[in-house]
Design a protein. Structure first.
Length: 682
């Protein structure tokens, strides 16, 4: 396979190499400084010990010597650091158990011109990757990679698509030109270690400082020097990281080209377009079972259920099914994305799916041999593998008692019921899926409107849905432009509506968007008024006109309340942040006094939620009991210089319930309104 790297790749590689050279020079200067300082501090410390032969002299000498040693350790500790990947969620498989899969991988490896993985692992998720344990010495010594295959991904792919996906992963290491990316990655890891991975180092400093007040004094000086070094390295890290990420994006295109040469452009393209949807379907299954934890119910085979949800949601979204797998297009993926803002994300490690698909289309490599068999058939016993990974997935969940397994037929029935319970009537054509009714003068409209003039088809026409997502796109674009104007997003230029702008021009563009927002909001509000008039006309014929207006008023009132309820949640998050970090005892006492004031508001809101009729079905008996236990006790969270972990757990569980019930109630109030509207047409 003869694949030439692009000019863009070469350009990014040169920039990355320059960044590495700059780091090496910077590090050499810092290393020489640290070495000289260490030698000077040790020599000075020894001299003081001889000059002042006493306990004080020894402490002074050791304190000064310690400063140099700790700075030296800080700069060179990365040499002894090893980054080991977490394998606790993985299942290793062997050739003797899965001969067909291993032959399949061997063929891909040979075509890619790289080495067979050191080990092959299975994970539960919708993903595939190559990983390895790395250290400083990995820059100089060859490291064999491990392959991780997500059964969730296999479950949503054909054999040819999995071939393309694995070829992409091996493609990162099959070309010599890819090695520069590994070097930049290692340099990034070195700087990251010195900047952020300092828990054990800080513990060592605290231990040394606690021996003597003099040691503590000298370490304060040492820490200031280390902070100066970190500032310099931080600038290096930002400089290198931007170039590494730019190179990484080009490496993705290169790996895609390797994959296309092995499996063809189409299989990889189809897999890329389906990937997020498959992940969404898998998470929908997990979310379903998350709601079953209190009932002590788990899945029998999560992948069988994943296939069902994947096909179910595909039909709901009117996606084409080929070989029982949804076939998505770029236009379908971007159906609701009406943003006109185009920003090159310099902090992204991967190109967008859209860019990758366009690149694959441009390559347009076809293969005569194409297998559209389900990829799960690569395993000797698919059912056994699926059950094994299901068990692994649910082994990390804590149940109150031995969980029962939900049969697949029952899952399909219950999932469909839950889905239908949490949707809006189909007559709205998705109009309310991402928007709420905009407020207006209900009494005035009810008095003077004539709803007989409107039709369901026009009120919820595709053009009206388009306006909703255009509004969402404008709001998003305005927020991003504000971030650019305020320099929260660092960039030189951007494109808006096909025109190029410099970053300083973002501020002048915002008023234009605000005017567009006013216009489109006015159009949507006008349509919402017409919708109310239409349903009010039909409600009056059913003697439900007053009831409909009351439901609108209830929704608008709750919308205002919702803001204050979410503000309380934000305040509680801030007020409890200190619990997760090291805080002096005196400050802990003060912080809890602030928390107790907010807690009275939380308890008031929770009592209201427990009495809310709409939430009766959503508040399970165990949830109600948990909240009532919290409400009936004045809990103390800190006593005798110790946290009361049991009481804190009760508090955080109640707070978690609050954060679930408030948005849930918001949805139910809205659903109650729009369902009642729809019923007026029956």
């Amino acid at each position: 396979m003869d694949i030439h790297v692009s000019d863009t790749f070469k350009k990014m590689a040169k920039k990355a190499i320059f960044a590495i050279i700059l780091f090496i020079l910077t590090y050499l200067v810092l290393g020489l400084f640290a070495t000289a300082l260490t030698i000077g501090c040790i020599a000075g410390g020894i001299a003081i010990i001889f000059m002042i032969p006493s306990i004080l002299g020894i402490l002074l000498g050791l304190g000064i010597a310690g400063v140099g040693l700790f700075i030296f350790i800080f700069l060179f500790k990365f040499i002894f650091k090893s980054n080991k990947a977490d394998r606790s969620h993985l299942v290793e498989i062997h050739k003797r158990d899965e001969p067909k899969l291993f032959r399949f991988i061997e063929e891909i490896v040979q075509e890619a011109g790289t080495d067979f993985p050191k080990k092959v692992y299975l994970s539960a998720d919708v993903n595939a990757c190559v990983f390895y344990d790395s250290s400083f010495w990995s820059m100089f010594l060859p490291v064999r990679k491990n392959l991780q295959i997500g059964i969730g991904l296999v479950n949503a792919s054909t054999e040819e698509e999995i071939k393309g996906i694995l070829a992409h992963e091996f493609g990162h290491f099959s070309q010599k030109s890819m090695k520069v990316g590994s070097y930049v990655y290692y340099v990034n890891q070195i700087i990251y270690n010195m900047l952020f991975d300092n828990d054990s180092y800080q513990k060592m400093i605290r231990g040394w400082s606690s021996i003597s007040g003099l040691f503590s004094f000298f370490m304060m000086i040492g820490i200031k020097i280390i902070q100066g070094i970190q500032f310099i390295l931080g600038k290096n890290y930002e400089f290198i990281n931007i170039r590494y990420l730019a190179l990484s994006r080009e490496m993705e295109f290169h790996a895609d080209e390797v994959a296309a040469n092995i499996a063809g452009s189409l299989p990889l393209k189809e897999s890329l377009l389906r990937s997020d949807f498959a992940d969404h379907a898998f998470n929908a299954v997990l979310s379903f079972y998350n709601g079953k934890i209190e009932e002590n119910v788990r899945s029998q085979n999560v992948y069988k259920e994943h296939r069902f949800v994947l096909q179910f949601l595909a039909r709901e979204n009117q996606f084409t099914l080929v070989n029982q797998l949804p076939q998505l297009t770029l236009s379908e993926i971007n159906r609701y994305n009406k943003s006109k803002l185009n920003i090159k994300n310099q902090w992204a490690s991967h190109p967008s799916v859209e860019d990758r698909v366009h690149a694959l289309d441009k390559l347009n490599i076809t293969k005569s041999c194409y297998s559209d068999k389900p990829a799960i058939l690569l395993f000797s016993n698919p059912e056994k593998i699926e059950r094994r990974l299901t068990n692994k997935l649910f082994s990390s969940v804590t149940y109150q008692e031995q969980p029962t397994e939900l049969a697949s037929d029952n899952f399909e029935r219950e999932y469909t019921e839950v889905f239908n319970t949490n949707r809006f009537p189909k007559i709205y054509n998705g109009y309310y899926d991402s928007k709420n009714p905009l407020d207006f003068d209900i009494e005035n409209v009810a008095s003077y409107s004539d709803g007989s003039r409107y039709t369901l088809e026009k009120l919820f026409h595709a053009d009206r849905i388009e306006q909703v997502y255009e509004l969402i796109g404008l709001e998003s674009d305005k927020q991003v432009l504000s971030d650019i104007a305020e320099k929260n997003i660092q960039l030189q230029s951007f494109d808006y509506d096909g025109k190029k702008y410099t970053a300083p021009e973002a501020k002048a563009l915002i008023p234009k968007l605000e005017l567009q927002l006013l216009n489109i909001t006015s159009l949507i509000r006008e349509n919402d008024i017409h919708i109310f008039s239409f349903f009010y006309y039909h409600a009056q014929r059913n003697n439900n006109g007053l009831k409909l207006t009351e439901k609108y008023k209830t929704f608008f009132a709750f919308e205002q309340e919702y803001m204050s309820k979410t503000e309380l949640s934000g305040k509680l998050v801030e007020a409890t942040r200190f619990i997760s970090v090291e805080t002096p005892f005196e400050q802990i006492e003060k912080n809890f006094k602030t928390l107790y004031k907010l807690e009275s508001e939380l308890k008031y809101e929770l009592r209201k939620l427990l009495r809310t009729e709409l939430l009766e079905k959503d508040i399970k008996p165990t949830t109600r009991e948990r909240i009532e236990t919290y409400l009936s006790n004045d809990l103390v969270y800190f006593r005798n210089e110790q946290y009361s972990n049991d009481n804190l757990q009760i508090f955080f569980e109640a707070f978690h319930d609050y954060n679930y019930l408030v948005p849930r109630l918001y949805f139910l109030v809205k659903q109650d309104l729009v369902k009642f509207q729809a019923e007026q047409l029956k």
